[in-house]
Design a protein around this ligand. Structure first.
Ligand SMILES: [Zn+2]
Length: 239
């Protein structure tokens, strides 16, 4: 019977994956079968019955784009979540502290941004641990949120994160802002946002001037649609 059960589990994963992501091409990554084995520590969105959403930024801190994004979030009086790499936190500790002091959530985004499933288990541990220590030392916090670079994950990555007390956070809305498709395209790709959505943007590792311009429009539109912006921590409390 275990074979049947496994098949069934795989089928469910596929069904749920399709249900979660729908037909919208902006919804990536799809939930994979093994994600289901980490139900309490892997999230792609918040509560679908509540008009609360989260805006998240990966790859910072960055000396120009992170402060620019903070200014916009402040302007609207909303809080975001920043998944920082250990390397950039070491390079720009003051910017990291500025983010934290602003009341935003902070997450671990690995040390050097590798594709973790292609790394040895030792390297995976080191990437998470090093950044964990850097965030603790720089900000005086115990980080609990993790997002693997590119959203790439396997059993080892999710298990390691879970063992370290991390909740792995993915997204259901991405605009591919890192490809710099133009402000208009970035804005347009947030249209499928719905209750509980987690939006992915980038504040580091490249020219993010389009992202900065786009989020001002996106936030304004989503607030007018009646959504409330929450940090990931707050979104998870309202499951
Ligand atoms: Zn990244």
């Amino acid at each position: 019977m275990p074979t049947k059960k496994m098949l069934w589990a795989g089928g469910s994963a596929l069904t749920i994956g399709i249900a979660l992501t729908g037909a919208a091409s902006v919804s990536y990554p799809r939930r994979l079968a093994f994600d289901l084995f980490f139900p309490k520590s892997t999230f792609f969105h918040g509560n679908r019955r509540s008009p609360e959403i989260a805006i998240t930024f990966d790859d910072g801190p960055h000396p120009i784009y992170t402060p620019a994004i903070l200014d916009i979030l402040n302007q609207f009086g909303i809080k975001g979540t920043f998944f920082m790499t250990g390397l950039n936190t070491e390079l720009y500790p003051e910017i990291a502290r500025q983010v934290y002091a602003g009341g935003h959530d902070i997450g671990n985004h690995s040390y050097s941004h590798p594709k973790l499933p292609f790394c040895s288990t030792t390297r995976i541990k080191r990437e998470l641990h090093q950044t964990d220590l850097i965030l603790r030392e720089t900000l005086g916090i115990i980080p609990t949120l993790f997002r693997p670079p590119y959203g790439f994950r396997d059993w080892r990555v999710l298990r390691q994160a879970q063992q370290m007390g991390y909740t792995s956070i993915f997204w259901d809305i991405t605009t591919y802002d890192w490809e710099r498709p133009g402000v208009e395209k970035i804005v347009e790709r947030t249209v499928p946002t719905r209750n509980g959505s987690i939006l992915l943007f980038h504040d580091g590792r490249g020219d993010r001037s389009q992202t900065v311009k786009a989020i001002e429009i996106v936030i304004d539109r989503l607030l007018k649609k009646g959504y409330t912006f929450r940090t990931i921590g707050q979104l998870l409390q309202n499951q």
